[in-house]
Design a protein around this ligand. Structure first.
Ligand SMILES: [Zn+2]
Length: 515
């Protein structure tokens, strides 16, 4: 069985999805979960792009020791040195340098001749090698690069010290057959290819990212780059969970496997979905809500008699719980803490206390507390706590079918003082948002508003996701509460807090790159 290395780029390529902007704390939380999942390499960001990115890559490199941490760098001395500063304390420092190799990119974007591109790539790899034991080099737009040139430049960068060669389908253009041919050609025509691992990185513009990744693996790739839930620019990247489960279920065919802890897949997917605000469609393979639902009578009958009649993946394999009750109203602090640790909690005592108070509050309103509920409360307490500039204290809404909805809100300001405001709107949510705008005293535009429930049942927690335009930037926010109106208020305040936070810590991206 060949071992395929999993290179997760949720925090770099995934974070470039439109509308996604993770903060420092959230990136760290995702990285810890990726480590638990057993990901071999975590691409934590692009350190030279901003101070905020530098800080989060460094924090991940300093904290997460079970996975190799890498950062993206252009073929520039400044990028390579900055990346080294961010990663030097990591368990296995690794850099990811790249340059475009397709005729269209070399001529129009780089304005360089093919020979200049080779010189540049070799110099970058040589410089990187003076710092990093592991140097990954990527041929941006590899799938539209002429094969003899691709072989020539790969040979040169391996001689210069590259240990991983990544051939991305940057624009999501290739097909499984073509990508297989490319990997086979490189394997057969680069004389020193045995000194490096080949890697594949695919985008889903034509819906073939996972199929292309698997075809590359069949033709020599020993590393696969992907994101959780397939998030990423445009149509996204190849989905980590689909590749890992396809290799596992079809070992007979692929004769290759990842070392991932598959039962962590569902939790990883939920965390990424919650923190990015990118909802997983119900029909999504492996992690969608309907992925294991057998509705048709004939199917159900078959599944009841023998699961394997229609079910090729079991929910247990990827850690989908039966949504059973885990704690009740009378559960004590000790049982609560134990359950939280089992769910991966590793926060402070203060965060534990905050989660416990929220749990007791929820248990008064909801009969059965499930793992999903605890997970929502825990996430709220651990990643929500760092950014409370404005804080909701009380909310009251007056609504009736025949009167004008009115909201009254008490809020703690960043200065520490508490204010109370009231406003009306044509609906309850609008009344709340008009009131909040009055408190914050700046124009805030609501670009998107979405609501969903954490679990089934009418006593479920509500999760609201919003995107607002505030202080010149677009920002997303989320709020969880037992009541939809409170969750709506929290999501809006969260979006505003994030904007302030990003300005304070300079977490704003200055530039992004496509690979
Ligand atoms: Zn990409």
């Amino acid at each position: 069985m060949r071992k395929i290395n999993v290179f997760d780029t949720t925090l770099r390529d995934g974070e470039q999805s439109a509308g996604v902007n993770l903060n420092f704390q959230e990136k760290l939380e995702i990285a810890k979960q990726l480590e638990r999942l057993g990901v071999d390499i975590i691409e934590a960001g692009f350190p030279a792009s901003s101070q905020g990115d530098f800080a989060s890559v460094k924090a991940i490199a300093d904290t997460v020791k079970g996975s190799s941490i890498t950062g993206l760098a252009r073929s520039l001395e400044r990028d390579i040195e900055t990346t080294w500063e961010a990663l030097k304390e990591s368990a296995e420092p690794r850099i990811h340098v790249f340059i475009a190799t397709s005729p269209i990119h070399m001529e129009y974007k780089l304005k360089m001749t093919p020979e200049q591109v080779i010189e540049n790539a070799v110099a970058a790899v040589k410089l990187a090698k003076t710092r990093f034991p592991q140097v990954q080099w990527s041929a941006e737009d590899a799938s539209r690069t002429e094969l003899p040139f691709l072989a020539k430049i790969i040979r040169a960068v391996i001689d210069a010290g590259a240990t991983v060669i990544n051939l991305p389908d940057t624009v999501g253009y290739t097909t499984p057959y073509e990508i297989g041919q490319m990997f086979r050609y490189v394997s057969e025509n680069v004389p020193n290819i045995d000194k490096a691992i080949l890697s594949t990185h695919n985008h889903d513009d034509l819906g073939m990212a996972v199929a292309n990744s698997l075809a590359a693996i069949q033709n020599g790739a020993g590393q696969v780059e992907c994101t959780v839930n397939g998030i990423g620019e445009r149509a996204g990247n190849a989905a980590l969970e689909e590749i890992a489960v396809a290799l596992n279920i079809r070992q007979d065919h692929y004769k290759a496997d990842t070392g991932l802890v598959l039962k962590e897949i569902k939790r990883t997917s939920s965390l990424v979905s919650k923190l990015t605000g990118m909802v997983v469609p119900n029909n999504k393979a492996v992690v969608g809500a309907n992925a294991f639902a057998h509705e048709s009578g004939i199917h159900q009958d078959g599944v009841l008699k023998n699961k394997e009649t229609y079910e090729i993946i079991t929910p247990e394999l990827v850690g989908v719980s039966s949504n059973r009750m885990v704690l009740g109203k009378h559960s004590g602090r000790h049982a609560f803490k134990e359950k939280l640790v089992e769910l991966g909690f590793n926060g402070t005592d203060e965060q534990l206390q905050k989660t416990f108070v929220a749990f007791k509050d929820l248990a008064d309103k909801k009969k059965d507390i499930t793992e999903e509920d605890l997970f929502a409360l825990m996430t709220e307490a651990t990643v929500g706590s760092a950014i409370a500039h404005y804080e909701l204290e009380t909310l009251q809404v007056n609504y009736g079918t025949t009167n004008i909805p009115t909201a009254t809100i008490t809020m703690k300001l960043p200065t520490g003082e508490t204010v109370q405001e009231a406003a009306t709107g044509s609906g309850s949510v609008e009344a709340i948002y008009n009131t909040l705008e009055r408190v914050i005293d700046e124009q805030i535009l609501l670009m998107d508003y979405r609501i969903q429930s954490t679990t089934a049942g009418r006593d479920s927690l509500a999760e609201v996701y919003v995107t607002v335009q505030y202080d010149g930037t677009e920002s997303s926010g989320r709020g969880t509460a037992h009541d939809v109106l409170e969750a709506s208020a929290k999501a809006y305040i969260n979006a505003v807090n994030r904007t302030i936070n990003r300005k304070q810590f300079n977490e704003q991206r200055t530039n992004t790159v496509k690979i």
